[in-house]
Design a protein around this ligand. Structure first.
Ligand SMILES: [Zn+2]
Length: 125
C-alpha cells in the first residue's frame, strides 16, 4: 500500500535491477530499519506483501521515528531505485547514520532460494 506519510511505503512497478545499488541512501535506510520498532499492539497481517520482482516482505509494519515502513524498504532502494519517488529519497537523505545492508535486508529479487551471496561484500579492486 502506498502511504506518503510513511517511509518507502511504495509499490515499484518496474523490473528489479540485476545487482543491488548500495550507496549512502541504501546504507542510511539499512541503519534506520535496524532501529525500527514493531507495532505496540503486536498486530500482524495474515499475509505478506510481495514486490513486483517476487521479493517478500514480512507480515508486520515497522516504524522508524513513528513513521511506518516495511521490511522491503532497503530492497526498494537497492533494487528499484528508479521507481522510488524523489520525495522518498529526500526522507532517507535526511537520516544521519549508515550501515552496510545484509542479505536479509536487501532481499534479492525472486525470493525463491536464490544462490547465496555471490556478490556480497565485494568492493572494487
Ligand atoms: Zn522488488
Amino acid at each position: 500500500m502506498i502511504d506518503p506519510n510513511g517511509i518507502m511505503m511504495i509499490e515499484p512497478t518496474g523490473q528489479a535491477a540485476s545487482e543491488p545499488l548500495v550507496d549512502d541512501l541504501t546504507r542510511k535506510m539499512a541503519a534506520a530499519y535496524r532501529r525500527s520498532t514493531l507495532p505496540a499492539d503486536g498486530r500482524r497481517y495474515r499475509g505478506w506483501h510481495t514486490c513486483v520482482c517476487g521479493a517478500k516482505s514480512d507480515n508486520t509494519d515497522h516504524f522508524i521515528d513513528g513513521k511506518k515502513t516495511n521490511s522491503l524498504c532497503v530492497h526498494y532502494l537497492a533494487f528499484h531505485r528508479k521507481d522510488v519517488p524523489p520525495s522518498e529519497l529526500a526522507k532517507v537523505q535526511r537520516m544521519s547514520e549508515g550501515a552496510e545492508p545484509n542479505e536479509e535486508e536487501l532481499q534479492r529479487p525472486g525470493g525463491r532460494g536464490s544462490p547465496t551471496v555471490l556478490w556480497g561484500n565485494r568492493r572494487g579492486g
